[in-house]
Design a protein around this ligand. Structure first.
Ligand code: FPP
Length: 248
């Protein structure tokens, strides 16, 4: 089925977050090494970024490497870091062509220097673009991010700049990595796992979740459009009743 034609262009989520899962299993199914799945996963990344530009999604956050992923076998971690460097380098002209601005969230200083440099260069080169903002979550975990925010606020309290009773949700948000982006309305996870794995715990408070059995390397444009159509068929109540929503 063609899902693009079913998308209501007036109700496209402005921010979609994705847990790209299943690369390893996809590779095993092909009788290949896990890293082969990550390489193929890059083709899905390219297609989904293009799809965002085509349908008007303004922000796309991809969970590319979690804090916990550092505990994977060293060979796989090294291969992922190399893949990141080569992909960012190769794809930057394509990002520019599609009007994509690259950004990153996470503990970026923990990445290898080559990775940090390539990332920063691409962020600089694409900084003038405004069609889509592509946010790579790298060495990211939500608990790390929230802990950092709390540390910064308690420091302000210690210095007497704010009182404990003045702490607000907005203040916590100000110190999250995502301060410059709206919260995602839709979170997609591929590969049949129904977890959020330390990803944007705060920001996904009211997001719609879409889980699919499709493995990330097979998740291409039409699957992405299908997720948007599913989102558009939901009633987002934000704690209100259905009646209240129809009256307003
Ligand atoms: C999860 O699949 C995937 C990752 C941990 C890495 C994702 C990286 C890419 C798609 C390539 C690089 C991306 C960019 C943005 C340049 P898994 O390995 O956990 O799969 P499994 O659950 O089947 O083992």
């Amino acid at each position: 089925m063609d899902y693009l034609s079913q998308i209501n262009k007036t109700n496209v989520p402005q921010h979609i977050a994705i847990i790209m899962d299943g690369n390893g299993r996809w590779a095993k199914q092909q009788g290949e090494d896990r890293v082969f799945g990550h390489y193929e996963g890059v083709n899905s990344v390219r297609e989904i970024v293009e799809a965002c530009a085509e349908v008007g999604v303004k922000y796309l956050t991809l969970y590319a490497f979690s804090t916990e992923n550092w505990n994977r076998p060293k060979d796989e971690v090294d291969a992922l870091m190399e893949l990141l460097v080569s992909t960012i380098s190769l794809e930057t002209p394509n990002l520019n062509k599609n009007g994509v601005k690259l950004q990153a969230i996470g503990d970026i200083t923990s990445l290898p220097k080559s990775c940090q440099d390539e990332l920063q260069e691409s962020i600089n080169i694409t900084s003038g673009n405004s069609r889509v903002t592509l946010i790579l979550a790298l060495s990211y975990s939500s608990k790390w991010e929230i802990t950092n925010s709390v540390k910064q606020i308690t420091q302000q309290v210690k210095l007497g700049k704010i009182k404990p009773e003045e702490v607000t949700a907005e203040m916590i948000e100000k110190y999250l990595c995502t301060v410059n982006y709206p919260d995602p309305e839709l979170m997609i996870r591929t590969s049949g796992e129904h977890r959020i794995s330390n990803f944007l715990l705060w920001q996904l408070a009211y997001a719609e979740f879409y889980f699919t059995e499709v493995l990330w390397p097979d998740f291409r444009k039409n699957e992405f459009y299908k997720a948007i159509v599913s989102y558009q068929n939901r009633e987002r109540r934000f704690g209100l009743t259905s009646d209240q929503l129809t009256k307003n």
